[in-house]
Design a protein around this ligand. Structure first.
Ligand SMILES: [Zn+2]
Length: 191
């Protein structure tokens, strides 16, 4: 019953966000935080940035008593090669089915894209410790999950996966498709 109150049904659109949520919140560390509290905490984050493999969030950004949380994830650089091997890997950012396929194929390997709680380093300027993470840390995770659900690419980027070649390849494919479309339009209009 206690676990069920933090169910992620209807919170997230994508399997990757749900799986990540499940790795973070049904743990004892956050047992005192209900889902509605987590949602409220996430709205308290004024600013979230991704820099040098870290996620940095800021509470009370404009004020003197601001609080800063830093999350740091393990690098899974080899995932870039796996994505490049697959010609349709770009679709993983939008396809729930592809996300589940990827997860099932790699969940027990070093290429698992869903971070484990124990692989994440974090600190909060309020001084809470690992065994007793504060609501700022809970709020930062929750805000990050919402951001990832809006753009799954963030989940890869924060773990050091270079997506530039995959995005470039997708852009090239789209350019090619557009030029084919334009050509056939021109041909039909000249008929
Ligand atoms: Zn804190």
């Amino acid at each position: 019953m206690g676990k069920e109150k933090k169910t992620n049904t209807n919170i997230f659109n994508y399997p990757f966000s749900c799986l990540f949520f499940n790795n973070i919140f049904p743990t004892n560390y956050f047992k005192s935080y209900s889902l509605s509290k987590l949602k409220t905490f996430s709205t308290q984050v004024d600013k979230i940035i991704y820099k040098d493999g870290k996620v940095i969030s800021c509470f009370n950004y404009e004020k003197r008593n601001k609080t800063i949380v830093v999350l740091q994830f393990k690098n899974i650089i080899g995932v870039t090669d796996i994505l490049l091997e697959n010609p349709i890997s770009f679709n993983i950012f939008y396809s729930p089915d592809l996300q589940l396929d990827y997860y099932n194929a790699y969940k027990d390997t070093a290429y698992n894209i869903i971070p484990s709680w124990f692989d994440i380093k974090f600190e909060c300027s309020c001084g809470s410790d690992y065994l007793n993470p504060c609501w700022h840390i809970a709020g930062t995770f929750m805000r990050l999950l919402y951001e990832i659900d809006k753009d799954i690419k963030i989940l890869f980027k924060i773990q050091g996966v270079d997506l530039s070649k995959i995005i470039e390849r997708e852009n090239n494919v789209n350019k090619l498709l557009n030029s084919i479309k334009n050509n056939s339009n021109n041909q039909s209009s000249s008929l």
